[in-house]
Design a protein around this ligand. Structure first.
Ligand code: FAD
Length: 436
């Protein structure tokens, strides 16, 4: 009897320390409420737990799974498995932090409350918004239904990333087409990384001579930072890859294997390309839980100060990552650098002091150019290179591929998500002997 009682007691204690749904919880107020349990949300909840104790922190996140999205580039090319990209949200949630397993519907910063999809209202003293961005496959006519056909894939979602690899493996001959949409995107290099990997794969398997590889981008440039763009143009020429600027994918006729592009410089002019393989990078936009609400800027992104990451109108609200209007390229590497700055901003705000550390816009994009080479682009708000290593990073290097494929996933799961990795800033200084 006694042992049964002990067992029951033990069980109820261990169950209560797990992260369970809010609907059974009586407590609906938190000192620190974090919206979104992706890269930025988990990193900040780990840091906030250290700052104010786990019992004061809650994270609202509906998804059972947490994905390391940067590895999807390699999953789409068959170099990693989709399974290796995901872990349960429960396993990455800092222990003792409350996991509210719901979707945020509305944020009311005037009353310091958030409403979730099950009607629950949660109040907060401080709020961190880390809701990521919204994918809009539906803005391309014929999608997402077109993904039911073969020959088409997209590395941008877990549902479609393996379709890229299937299309590549089943390539027989014809056009391999890669798109870049007419909106901001996360990881601006990813739409072309899969092109270089596909080129390598087709060379390895002896099919390259039967393929015409076409990169149709809405942008007027191949890459936004000149130093890296120059190297990429060289590669594109050497490998006979066709780059068409200002071409925007507007329709996919998956049954006929046709992709329709509009010429952004000549309204009304469209081109139809028959494809043997199509990789789609979808249009993207602000989180629907932010857009149109009091925290949004005129476009819909979270309106934060570019130096401190504090909201411009609500000083107890902060933002991190893809959901914000920080004028840099949206990446997990940017999230890492932002997490260290935001930690400092919040710590100062709690002490009623002025935030003193400034985010320089650091972001990084490992441009995978084959199955064993990477150009490691790192730059700031001004699109100026901000390189960690004292070597020319615009050169393709094997070492950087191993960093991307093997080292960075560890840094993500064990460093960033635990609030222990705030970007390479301190190491950059060391490696450049204090000169940068
Ligand atoms: C194919 C691909 C390649 C990439 N390559 C790289 C790379 O090489 N290097 C790099 O640094 N970055 C890369 N990235 C980008 C990187 O993954 C993101 O920039 C980063 O994950 C952003 O973190 P975040 O926290 O802002 O958003 P996310 O990690 O996307 O998290 C947002 C979270 O919010 C949750 N959420 C959404 N709506 C709601 C709601 N209404 N209520 C509650 N929760 C909600 C979501 O479920 C999600 O968990 C890549 C991304 C992709 C897709």
């Amino acid at each position: 009897m006694c042992s049964v009682l002990f067992h029951t007691l033990f069980l109820s204690i261990s169950v209560s320390s797990l992260h369970t749904s809010s609907s059974v919880s009586a407590k609906q107020h938190y000192k620190m409420l974090v919206l979104g349990g992706g890269s930025g949300g988990i990193a900040m909840s780990a840091r906030m737990k250290r700052m104010m104790g786990a019992e004061n922190v809650a994270v609202v996140e509906p998804s059972e799974m947490h994905y390391y999205q940067p590895i999807w580039t390699l999953v789409g090319a068959g170099a990693k498995t989709a399974a290796s990209s995901g872990r349960s949200t429960a396993s990455v949630m800092p222990s003792g932090v409350k996991w509210v397993k719901s979707k945020v519907e509305e944020i009311n910063p005037d009353t310091n409350t958030v409403r979730t999809d099950d009607g629950t209202e949660i109040s907060y003293e401080y709020l961190i918004v880390a809701l990521g961005l919204q994918l809009h496959y539906e803005r391309i006519k014929g999608l997402p239904d077109g993904f039911e056909h073969p020959k088409i894939g997209s590395n941008y979602s877990i549902q479609t990333v393996e379709k890229t690899w299937n299309a590549l493996q089943n390539f027989k001959g014809g056009n391999a087409v890669f798109s870049f949409p007419n909106t901001p995107v996360k990881c601006a290099g990813a739409p072309q990384k899969i092109m270089y990997l596909s080129d390598s794969y087709l060379r390895k398997t002896g099919k390259r001579s039967k393929a015409k590889i076409i990169y149709n981008t809405s942008l007027p440039v191949l890459f936004g930072v000149k130093k890296y763009a120059d190297s990429l143009w060289e590669i594109v020429k050497q490998r006979d890859l066709q780059v068409n600027l200002r071409q925007n994918l507007i329709e996919v006729r998956a049954d006929k294997q046709e992709a329709v592009f509009e010429n952004l410089d000549k309204p009304g002019e469209t081109t139809v390309i028959e494809y043997e393989m199509l990789h789609v990078t979808p249009p993207m936009g602000p989180s629907l839980a932010i857009k149109g609400g009091p925290l949004a800027d005129e476009v819909g992104w979270l309106d934060v100060d570019r130096d401190t990451l504090q909201h411009k109108r609500y000083p107890n609200v902060f933002g991190i990552g893809d959901c914000t209007n920080l004028p840099t390229v949206r990446t997990a590497a940017a999230v890492a650098a932002q997490s260290a700055i935001l930690n400092r901003t919040i710590s100062k705000t709690l002490k009623k002091e002025k935030p003193d550390k400034k985010y320089d816009g650091y972001t990084s994009c490992p441009l995978v150019t084959s199955y064993n080479t990477v150009i490691l682009a790192e730059f700031d708000y001004n699109l100026q290179p901000l390189e960690t290593f004292p070597i020319n990073q615009a050169k393709e290097r094997r070492l950087m591929y191993h960093m991307k494929a093997d080292l960075m996933p560890h840094l993500y799961w064990h460093g960033l998500l635990r609030g222990l990795w705030g970007g390479p800033g301190p190491y950059r200084k060391l490696l450049h002997l204090g000169m940068k």
